[in-house]
Write a protein that binds this ligand. Structure first.
Ligand SMILES: Cc1cc2nc3c(=O)[nH]c(=O)nc-3n(C[C@H](O)[C@H](O)[C@H](O)COP(=O)(O)OP(=O)(O)OC[C@H]3O[C@@H](n4cnc5c(N)ncnc54)[C@H](O)[C@@H]3O)c2cc1C
Length: 258
C-alpha cells in the first residue's frame, strides 16, 4: 500500500488531504501540522471574525478527517526529511514513512532585524493563536502595526473599531503598494485616517526597546504619498504586531537530499 505525507496543516495542506481522498487514493494518508488546530481559513483572522470573538472557520471538523482515514498529527513540526529512506522526522519523536511527500508549509511573518521574533508585547498575525494574543492586548488601548498591506490595514480597522489607538508603520512611500493603484491607496488611507488611524509611510524604525510596561519605539515617516514630513513617534507603551510575510521557511530544518 502506498502512503502520502503532507507537511503543513494550513488551508492548502488540509484541502490537499481531502482532495487526495476525494480522488480515491486509498493508501495511508498523514497530515502533519505544527499548529494545535485542524486546518482553518486565515482570512477571518484580520477581519471582523476572531478579534470580535468568533470561532475559527475550520475547513472540515475533526470527525471528517477520521471518517476519511486521514491521520492528522497536530502540534508536531516536521524537523527532518530523509529522502533516501523516504521518511519524515517529527518534533514529537515519531518518524513517518512516505511514498509521496507534499510540502504545504506556507509562509510566516517576516522577522525584522533587531526586533525580537516574538515576545509578550511583540506579536505577529498569522495564526488563530496570534489573533487571540492580539485580542488580549487591544483592551490596553495602544497598538503599533508594522506593515501597510491588506492584513495590516484590516487589523487597524478592527482595532480602531474596538477602541484601540492605532499607529500603522509602512516602510514604502505609500500603503498597499503591491496590492492596488495609487489613487485607491490614497482613498483607503484617507478612510483610515478619518477613523483615527495614524499612518506613517516611508517609515523606518529607529529605536526599539521592550520595557516592563510595553514597547517603546521611535520612527521616521511621511504622510502617505504627500510631501515628506519628518517626524518621530513619541515614546510610549504599545504592543506591536508584524504582518508582512516571508516565504515558506518553518521547520524541516534538516533535509537529506541524497
Ligand atoms: C490574517 C490573514 C488574513 C488573510 N486574508 C486573506 C484574504 O482576505 N484573502 C486571501 O486570498 N488571502 C488571505 N490571506 C492569505 C491566505 O490565508 C494564505 O494564502 C493561506 O493561508 C495560504 O495557505 P497555506 O496552507 O498555503 O499556508 P499557511 O496558511 O501558511 O499554512 C502553512 C501551515 O504549515 C505549518 N507548517 C509550516 N512548517 C511546518 C513544519 N515544518 N511542520 C509542520 N507544519 C508546518 C504552519 O504552522 C501552517 O499551519 C490571509 C492571511 C492571513 C494570515
Amino acid at each position: 500500500m502506498s502512503s502520502i505525507v503532507i507537511i503543513g496543516g494550513g488551508e492548502c495542506g488540509g484541502r490537499a488531504a481531502l482532495q487526495v481522498r476525494e480522488r480515491n487514493f486509498d493508501g495511508a494518508l498523514m497530515l502533519v501540522g505544527a499548529e494545535a488546530l485542524h486546518p482553518y481559513e486565515r482570512p477571518p483572522l484580520s477581519k471582523n471574525g476572531i478579534l470580535e470573538g468568533a470561532d475559527p472557520k475550520f475547513i472540515m471538523d475533526a470527525d471528517g478527517y477520521k471518517e476519511r482515514g486521514i491521520d492528522v498529527r497536530l502540534g508536531a513540526d516536521a524537523i527532518g526529511i530523509d529522502r533516501s529512506n523516504k521518511t519524515v522526522e517529527l518534533s514529537d519523536g515519531t518518524t513517518l514513512a512516505y511514498d509521496k511527500l507534499l510540502l504545504a508549509t506556507g509562509a510566516r511573518p517576516r522577522p525584522l532585524p533587531g526586533i525580537a521574533e516574538r515576545s509578550e508585547r511583540v506579536l505577529t498575525l498569522r495564526t488563530h493563536a496570534d489573533a487571540l494574543a492580539i485580542k488580549r492586548h487591544l483592551h490596553e488601548g495602544r497598538l503599533a502595526i508594522v506593515g501597510g498591506g491588506f492584513i495590516g490595514l484590516e487589523l487597524a480597522a478592527i482595532a480602531r473599531g474596538l477602541g484601540a489607538t492605532v499607529t500603522l508603520i509602512e516602510g514604502l512611500p505609500r500603503i498597499l503598494s503591491r496590492g492596488v493603484p495609487e489613487d485607491i491607496a490614497h482613498a483607503v488611507a484617507s478612510r483610515h485616517e478619518a477613523a483615527g488611524v495614524e499612518i506613517l509611510c516611508a517609515s523606518r524604525i529607529e529605536t526599539f526597546e521592550i520595557g516592563a510596561d510595553g514597547v517603546s519605539e521611535g520612527a521616521f515617516g511621511s504622510n502617505p504619498g504627500g510631501a515628506p514630513r519628518s517626524r518621530r513617534c513619541s515614546r510610549r507603551p504599545i504592543s506591536w504586531v508584524r504582518t508582512s510575510r516571508s516565504p515558506p521557511c518553518r521547520g524541516a530544518g534538516r533535509i537529506n537530499t541524497s
